[in-house]
Design a protein around this ligand. Structure first.
Ligand SMILES: *Cc1c(COP(=O)(O)O)cnc(C)c1O
Length: 469
């Protein structure tokens, strides 16, 4: 499989190089040159497969030519073997033909484990083969950092530096990062906010001199491997609910358009999905586009669903590419316009196509808490605030009551106790057994000034298993 840039000017790469690439050299994002398409018979034959075996069949075309079948099978078995639940991604019924796909049974209790557990192992495999070491730098407002550290902790050839805003992530989220000890794991608390952290990552990608030749790798969802891993659970859920002989709908709490884009790809690969709902919080740039063809940058609002607090959705560019007939120059012009003005809209026929593909809803904090309370009262089931937004959007936008509606359950409620409390629920969610002693574990973290040079010096002093590069 070859991958091309959404801006049409960067060389095509194979899977291995895309895994290590981050952004394309023309500023675009990599997408597969040709999407595999499965037949109804093929999909039907996968019913009942264990998660890792289904994952092998769905993802195999994407890694073809770079990862040998036997290696890929072993990596997938290991990856999904660390999930707490036997089903890996169990479905729980909430209401009539309404389900939550629990994507929070992994080590860090959020769906990002599905991609980052795999990404770490793929990196380890590819780097061992090439006899190369890399540095990862990432910024996190909570969930990505812990999932990336968990995914990379056993990687011999990776040093990982995760920056979070000092005193601005929840204690559970901080401890999930800082209690993972290893000479290749570096937690940095920046005396600044999340945007400061992200800016430092971007600046480091733009000018890598401080790394003395060591390659820098991205772990945010611009990395294609993350999107790829997320396609699998759409197949997994739909197969259990009668696909490919019956269509299924999905409602997806989204910020960066990563998770829902994977659903869009699953549909293009032959999975019968009759509806895809984009569910956002008050940071609703995606809903503004879907409902009014206005993709306009707004200020950032802190919400009770912080993992969806974004101003701009980085993966949206991948959809724009398809909406424009995969014309990289058209996308490039649009993104230049967006960079200059903070605004973007598309021609009417392309917007009509986007609306045919997606429904959308924005849900504020009040609506989030009301949904947590409503579902708890109806069923006793406790939603996290992100999943609650998905449930609310599913109930508002649903087109057919006769077809199953699956809401992606993106996090465990224990990670977001504030929202649960604000919803008026007395029962405090409990940490699962593998994290029960989280508050007793030793923490390791370095507090650094909000200053690029200070951070880059720290990385070059510690980037080789804690020693200088
Ligand atoms: C990251 C995250 C999201 C948003 O995912 P995108 O890929 O950005 O759409 C939603 N919920 C939770 C809990 C997350 O951690």
């Amino acid at each position: 499989m070859r991958y091309i840039s959404t801006r049409g000017q960067a060389p095509a790469l194979n899977f291995e190089d895309v895994l290590l690439a981050g952004l394309a050299s023309d500023g675009g994002l990599y997408v597969p040159e040709n999407l595999p398409r499965f037949t109804v018979e093929e999909i039907a034959s996968w019913a009942g497969l264990p998660y890792h075996e289904l994952a092998f069949r769905v993802m195999r075309p994407f890694v073809a030519g770079s990862i040998a079948d036997a290696d890929f099978k072993r990596i997938l078995e290991e990856t999904y073997g660390v999930f707490a639940h036997q089903a890996v991604a169990p479905l729980t019924q909430l209401g009539a033909n309404e389900w939550v796909l629990e994507l929070f049974q992994g080590p860090t209790l959020a769906f990002k484990d599905f991609a980052l557990q795999l990404l770490g192992r793929l990196l380890d495999h590819v780097l061992a083969k090439r006899n190369e070491r890399v540095v990862i730098m990432g910024a996190t407002s909570g969930d990505t950092g812990s999932a990336a550290i968990e995914g990379c902790k056993a990687c011999d050839n990776v040093d990982i530096f995760i920056m979070h805003p000092h005193n601005r992530v929840s204690e559970v989220q901080r401890r999930q990062m800082t209690t993972i000890l290893g000479e290749n794991i570096h937690n940095i608390a920046i005396e600044g906010n999340f945007d400061d952290c992200q800016e430092m990552v971007k600046a480091s990608f733009a000018d890598q001199g401080f790394l003395k030749g060591t390659r820098l790798v991205a772990v945010n969802s611009i990395n294609w491997a993350r999107i790829m891993a997320q396609i699998v659970y759409y197949f997994h859920a739909a197969l259990q609910l009668g696909a490919p002989h019956r269509s299924v709908a999905f409602s997806v709490p989204t910020g960066n358009f990563g998770d829902i884009f994977a659903g869009y790809l699953a549909r293009n690969m032959g999975l019968p999905i009759n509806q895809l709902i984009v569910a956002t919080n008050r940071n609703d740039i995606l809903h503004r586009f879907m409902s009014g063809n206005r993709y306009d940058k707004d200020t950032l609002h802190a919400s009770l669903s912080p993992s969806m607090d974004i101003m701009v959705s980085s993966n949206f560019e991948r959809l724009l590419f398809d909406l424009h007939g995969r014309n990289g120059l058209a996308v490039s012009a649009l993104m230049d316009e967006f960079k200059a003005t903070g605004k973007l809209s598309v021609a009417d026929d392309r917007w009509t196509e986007a609306r045919r593909l997606f429904d959308s809803l924005a849900v504020d904090d009040e609506g989030t808490c009301a949904t947590i309370a409503e579902v708890h009262a109806q069923t006793g089931y406790l939603l996290d605030p992100h999943t609650a937004i998905g449930v609310k959007a599913a109930r508002e936008c649903r087109r057919s009551l006769a077809l199953p509606m699956v809401v992606l359950g993106t996090a465990h409620p224990v990670k977001f106790p504030e929202a649960v409390e604000k919803a008026g629920i007395a029962a405090v969610p409990q940490l699962p057994p593998h994290l029960a002693d989280l508050f007793q574990r030793e923490e390791r973290c370095t507090v650094l000034a909000n200053d690029l040079k200070t951070v880059q010096d720290f990385v070059s002093q510690h980037g080789n298993r804690g020693k200088p590069l």
